[in-house]
Design a protein around this ligand. Sequence first.
Ligand SMILES: *Cc1c(COP(=O)(O)O)cnc(C)c1O
Length: 393
Amino acid sequence: MDKRFSSRLIHLGERSGESVSRSKTIPITMTSVFSFDDAESLDQVYEGEAKGYIYTRNGNPVHDALAEIMSGIEEGEAALAYSSGMGAISLSILAQVKAGDHIIAAHVLYGGSFQFIRSELARFDISVSFADPVNEDISPYFRPNTRIVYVETISNPTMETVDLEVLAQVAHAHGAKLIVDNSFATPVICQPLLLGADIVVYSATKYIGGHSDVTAGIVVSDKETIGRIYASGLLFGPTLSPFDGWLLIRSLRTLELRIRQHSQNAQELAAYFETHPAIRAVCYPGLSSSPTHAVAQRIFNNKLYGGMLSIDLAGGEPQAYALLRNLETIKFVPSLAGVSTSTSYPARTSHRSLSDEELAKAHISKGLIRISAGLEDIADIISEFDTALARIY
Ligand SMILES: *Cc1c(COP(=O)(O)O)cnc(C)c1O
């Protein structure tokens, strides 16, 4: 489709049917299996001689429409949808490696991804080196058997932006693939494939779904890579419900609007926290004080920096707990990216599997609260934080 980003986001996936009228939206094909006129037709579909669907784990029209939208806005060749972000992430890695291989991963990662890479891969004799791709040259970590470099566009919960352009060059120079978890940025803000990444993965549970009611994952890449992940996914089996796929399509149509508002609110909230004496540090890539602001400015679209920020309370854990207790409409939830503003405490939620030493290495202090800026009026969000902070400071 030869259209601009916003128009693609609205129209991709639409079908021009055979009849003179058709559903304006993409219908939900809520079926686990498809029926055939005769055994010959089934045979032809299996052999790729006729178009058709067989069984939803192998494919469903909703999955295909969702994949078409995602690959279209991401400017990849193909995409797949799964029943969780971890499903998409684990498959994207597993489909590229075999026993004896080595991968390099950022040591600041979503807790589940970190645990998968550290503990699960080890059981299959796949070794890993954790590095800090934001602050160091990762070249020394490569080995002849390094297959993958795995990073997040915006690190969780420290909100540092990785220079994906440089990282893609380094990975390719060593014959490795770059996998990027773009869940916090979304394709509205960053399109990693255009910066040289090989595979982009999403927890669609977050901004792509955006309403805290779907658990899903997406992977976008070139046709050959997607073919390999598809073959593994068929057997590991994290199939997305067509209903959840339909909800994601519905959500995607408003992704750009939502991300603009999430980003604008987060930017204003970050500026407010920067002036508050109880706050030791504010982590947000849109602040000029962010150590990775320049990188973010270069690789992000539309001067948007996303809806996620973190604050470090000078009073440590007791003050962090008190703040969480004092908030009313701003809920404490171990997730993010819904329409309402929420908080999370990384040391005890997303990163609770990390030892104190690993927490320190990941710069996750006991005073750190992560905030997902919602779509409310920003004056109300700031006012609620201001009232809650006034009671503890
Ligand atoms: C939530 C999250 C995941 C895991 O996704 P699920 O949908 O919960 O399986 C992976 N990466 C990031 C950055 C996340 O925030």
